[in-house]
Design a protein around this ligand. Structure first.
Ligand SMILES: [Zn+2]
Ligand SMILES: [Zn+2]
Length: 143
């Protein structure tokens, strides 16, 4: 596991007073190795293949835990999960998912030139914290 991600996981758990259980660590580590978004069932299959048996409810719970702390993102459009590529990013995380090959590219609202504060203000809305946006794209190799 990437040293930074591991220390971030440790720091997150300390800050939230949550324990970094072996299950949480193993699932985060598994997520980090995936090149494409994966479903909870795919995560389970990968773990089973590696000799670990988890029930699906545990996997959903652990993924939900990491999602709530922004180390993993759940892509609503695909109902799949992807490891956050920029956990230190303070702007709104944007997951650009290729509609053809499902590769994901993480960016943020500043990089995408989207002003999330000014836009909704005229409607009396503010953008919710601790969440991400999903923007469908076509990647450079699928264009
Ligand atoms: Zn992210
Ligand atoms: Zn693509």
């Amino acid at each position: 596991m990437n040293h930074d991600l591991k220390s971030l996981a440790v720091a997150t758990c300390l800050e939230k007073k949550a324990s970094l259980t072996p299950q949480r660590l193993l699932i985060l580590e598994t997520m980090e190795r995936q090149k494409r978004p994966v479903s909870a069932y795919e995560v389970r299959d990968i773990l089973v293949e590696a000799g670990n048996s988890f029930n699906i409810a545990t996997i959903y719970r652990v993924l939900g835990f990491w999602c709530s702390h922004m180390l993993v993102h759940r892509l609503a459009a695909l109902n799949k999960y992807v490891c956050c590529a920029a956990p230190e990013e303070k702007h709104t995380h944007i997951i650009n998912c290729c509609q053809k090959c499902q590769s994901t590219y993480e960016s943020c609202n500043k990089q995408m030139g989207i002003d999330l504060d000014r836009g909704p203000e005229s409607l009396g809305l503010i953008y919710a914290a601790n969440t991400h946006l999903e923007i469908p794209v076509i990647c450079i190799s699928c264009r």
